[in-house]
Write a protein that binds this ligand. Structure first.
Ligand code: SF4
Length: 448
């Protein structure tokens, strides 16, 4: 019978069906990388640099890692042990850090979040349960997370990035009930039948479940009968162009703007903080007179972090006056504010540009609904209903924002050949250009 690992325990707490799938009908192959996984690995690496110690290898599998951990802990000469692997009967964990602080044994769970979250407590509690059950002493339990007040002032200088919070009391309060739950979840792994569980909030919280597509196939169509928007409940096409008069009367020249950004748990650009949304790309469509449309774009890879250059190019491309449309424009407003701080020579122009932003999202919400939007006014839900020729699925590798971020990282960090580099950069530019062109078409549609 397989062991109940920490990730299985957390999967089972989220949804019993998820745990059963992960053990009995897992997806084939390795799960694709996500930005959250990249952030977690980057922060783990940073913590290993901050706390030098013994690192237990996972390369030869869990039994070898457990044996190595047992030897290292028995020798007792390592103050800090990273990735210790411990087993107690059917239960096994790979913890993040075991540390002896003035003789006091501590378990530290490292999280790339900027605060302790409720789901971190059972995560650390299960590790504590297994460690203590295996006679590995744990006196204090801490979460080591990202300090969002940290600013990178010197290259590679990260001591202030990590903060520790003591969660020993919360963990101890949870432990009595956890043993029973662990036994129950371990038994569930070998159940013959798939648990019957309907989709619900647990599918996305606290973590996105990897089986959403599988469960959605078997799920009944979504029920919008209690949706708070009457148009969604009615399930009919709704167009009210009188709710979009500002688009009919908008002056020329007009512009449509979209940024692509990336946020690092471990800052990579001098003067920036963790998780600041740093732009690496923009797309701008302009219309100087009806149907006289031009396009400009910018993509920073090697030059990423040169916000002066990115801002100068944007201010040179954008018309000196007239409305600048964006979708969910609060995001573009925040990026322009950030650029004004980091590229102070262009602050006046950037802040003036911010004042000209017009948000198409609330206008679209007032003026339009199509049942194929399924209760969502996200741009990717709206556009196929008004411009089906703009097929995001046909774009290739980059079809949404996270894919653009991963492509950016591959271009910036990866040793890739020239043909891959060219293809990836083209996919990023195509995607961002399509987003602003979609906004042009949406504006024309709503203006009527
Ligand atoms: S998609 Fe939802 S119901 Fe299905 S396994 Fe995941 S959490 Fe459970």
């Amino acid at each position: 019978m397989p062991w109940l690992t920490k990730s299985r325990f957390m999967a089972g707490r989220q949804c019993r069906k998820r745990l059963w799938f992960e053990v009995n009908e897992p997806h084939e192959g390795r799960a694709p990388d996500t930005m959250a996984m990249r952030q977690g690995r980057a922060f783990d690496d940073c913590v290993r640099d901050l706390w030098p110690g013994r690192v237990i290898s996972r390369e030869r599998g869990m039994p070898a890692a457990i044996a190595e951990t047992t030897r290292v802990l028995a020798a007792g000469d390592a103050t800090v042990v990273h990735q210790p692997a411990v087993r107690n009967g059917n239960f096994a964990v790979i913890a993040d850090v075991l540390r002896r602080d003035r003789g006091l044994p501590e378990l530290i769970e490292v999280k790339a979040s900027t605060a302790v979250k409720p789901e971190h407590i059972p995560d650390a509690a299960y590790q504590t349960l297994v460690l203590r059950g295996a006679r590995v002493p744990v006196e204090r339990v801490l979460i080591g997370h990202v300090n969002n007040a940290f600013t990178l002032e010197r290259e590679g200088d990260f001591p202030g990035l990590l903060v520790e919070e003591d969660i020993t009391a919360q963990v101890d309060a949870m432990l009595p009930a956890l043993g029973e739950q662990a036994i129950d979840l371990h038994r569930l792994m070998s159940a013959r039948e798939t648990p019957v569980i309907a989709m619900g909030p647990q599918c996305t919280s606290p973590y996105p479940c990897p089986f959403i597509a599988r469960c959605s196939q078997a799920a009944p169509p979504p029920d919008f009968s209690t949706h708070r928007d009457e148009r969604v409940r009615a399930g009919r096409v709704f167009v009210d162009r009188s709710a979009a008069t500002e688009l009919q009367t908008a002056s020329y020249p007009r512009a449509w703007l979209d940024f692509e950004t990336i946020a690092f748990a471990v800052p990579q650009v001098m003067g920036t903080r963790p998780y600041e949304q740093l732009p690496f790309q923009w797309s701008l469509h302009t219309e100087s007179a009806p149907d006289v449309v031009q396009h400009a774009e910018y993509l920073a890879i090697e030059d990423f972090g040169n916000f002066d250059a990115l801002s100068a190019a944007l201010l040179a491309a954008v018309p000196r006056e007239g409305p600048v449309f964006a979708y969910n424009a609060g995001f573009e407003a925040r990026v322009l504010g950030l650029l004004a701080r980091h590229a102070s020579a262009h602050a006046v122009g950037l802040l003036a540009l911010r004042e000209r932003l017009i948000d198409l999202l609330p206008i679209t919400k007032r003026a339009y609904y199509h049942p194929r939007m399924q209760g969502s006014w996200s741009l990717k839900a709206v556009i196929p209903t008004i411009a089906p020729e703009l097929d995001y699925a046909a774009l290739g590798e980059v079809q949404e924002g996270e894919a653009a971020q991963l492509a950016f990282l591959e271009l910036r960090e990866g040793a890739i050949d020239e043909s891959r580099r060219v293809a990836l950069a083209k996919a990023m530019l195509d995607y961002c250009r399509q987003d602003t062109w979609a906004l042009v078409l949406l504006t024309r549609f709503l203006a009527g």
